[in-house]
Design a binder for this molecule. Structure first.
Ligand SMILES: *Cc1c(COP(=O)(O)O)cnc(C)c1O
Length: 367
């Protein structure tokens, strides 16, 4: 019988802080496809793969961390969870809280959340509050609620989230047979680049599990390349940004919570964190959907935008294996696909209910 994927906690239990007795809250997250990106490979002369995290249960990689965070919340006896979110964390928290039977409160910044993400939080019954402030302000409030009120914080400042998210790196190595040469991803609050680096390091060395020492799985760790949106690029500036601005709402963050671990990922791996403009992000978004067949939300395309930019600058090596995490599904924020390059809206061509006219419109001649 074919193996049925059991979610990241059961699949990687010996490498996560859980026991046999742990009551696991899962929606079957992880096990996402590693898609060979044909056109990006042709462009760069490397073998480029996309880790398509939009295939998770709520449509983003946040589910990998949320299964761990919600499991920890239940273990701690929590009755309610809270998070700040640019959208995907709230969608994920709301779904996993429902599965766990917990109340969920989410704080989102005014006006900067896509409809798709908002609708998920509402559909799963979260109490959603729009804060008159940006994501960084929302996270401040959420942290204070977690400290001083009876609610459990499920943002990525909760180490359980990073534990769950490191499984993305495990899956890449399990698929390729070894670590890639370079791993590229978008950077917002910087939890994911920290988590991947943790996962890659753990897989490249013997690991002390509860059931004894596990041997190394990979022979190396990759170079980590992170890309921020130019209007929200605190790692590039070297300090927090008070008014982050980008159309890529998932990475519209000025004061990343995982600052030190992201800098460590960059420096220990010999990597970089650079910026890409909103136009470069939208070009990469279009590249993915029109050339690779992979539909992502704009923020998810920042890593691809970064690789294309490095290639154009002659700074991307060829002959390597490169994995890019594309973090969230295109249906989260579909408006960007319905806009042409000059900024006008795409209008479907209207045709009568008639095969001859339809064929003519399609440029087909009868055979
Ligand atoms: C959360 C998120 C990011 C940013 O990840 P960080 O861990 O905050 O750096 C990027 N893309 C999408 C789609 C996200 O939901």
């Amino acid at each position: 019988m074919a193996h049925q994927w059991r979610g990241v906690i059961r699949e990687y239990a010996d490498r996560l802080p859980v026991t046999e007795a742990t009551k696991v809250i899962t929606l079957g997250e992880g096990g996402t496809p590693l898609v060979h990106a044909q056109k990006l490979s042709e462009l760069t002369g490397s073998e480029v793969y996309l880790k398509v995290e939009g295939m998770n249960p709520t449509g983003s990689f946040k589910d990998r961390g949320m299964t761990m965070a919600m499991t920890a919340a239940v273990e701690a006896g929590a009755k309610a969870v809270v998070c700040a979110s640019t959208g995907n964390t709230s969608a994920s928290a709301a779904a996993y809280a429902t599965a766990a039977g917990l109340k969920c409160a989410v704080l989102v910044p005014e006006g900067k959340i896509s409809m798709g993400k908002l609708s998920q939080a509402i559909a799963h019954g979260a109490t959603l509050l729009q804060v008159d402030g940006n994501f960084d302000n929302c996270l401040d409030i959420a942290r204070k609620l977690g400290e001083s009120y009876p609610v459990f914080l499920v943002n990525s400042v909760n180490p359980a989230r990073i534990q769950g998210q490191k499984t993305g790196a495990f899956e890449v190595v399990d698929s390729l047979g070894d670590a890639p040469d370079i791993h590229v991803l978008p950077v917002g609050n910087a939890g994911n680049i920290s988590a991947y680096w943790k996962g890659y390091k753990e897989y490249a060395a013997p690991f002390e599990s509860a059931n004894g020492t596990l041997p190394a799985v990979s022979t190396k760790t990759p170079i980590m390349w992170g890309f921020q949106a130019a209007g929200a690029a605190p790692f590039v500036a070297g300090h927090p940004i008070t008014e982050p601005d980008t159309i890529a709402t998932a990475i519209r963050i000025g004061n990343p919570a995982s600052w030190d671990t992201a800098v460590a990922a960059r420096d220990e791996s010999g990597g970089l964190i650079e910026a890409v403009t909103d136009d470069e992000i939208l070009d990469a978004h279009r590249w993915l959907s029109s050339k690779e067949g992979v539909f992502v939300e704009p923020g998810s395309a920042a890593g691809v935008a970064g690789l294309i930019k490095k290639h154009a600058a002659g700074e991307a090596p060829s002959g390597k294996t490169i994995v890019i995490t594309v973090t969230g599904h295109g249906l989260k924020d579909p408006q960007w696909a319905l806009r042409t390059e000059d900024g006008s809206d795409v209008q479907p061509v209207k045709v009568p209910n008639d095969v001859v006219t339809v064929a003519a419109e399609l440029g087909l001649e009868e055979n």
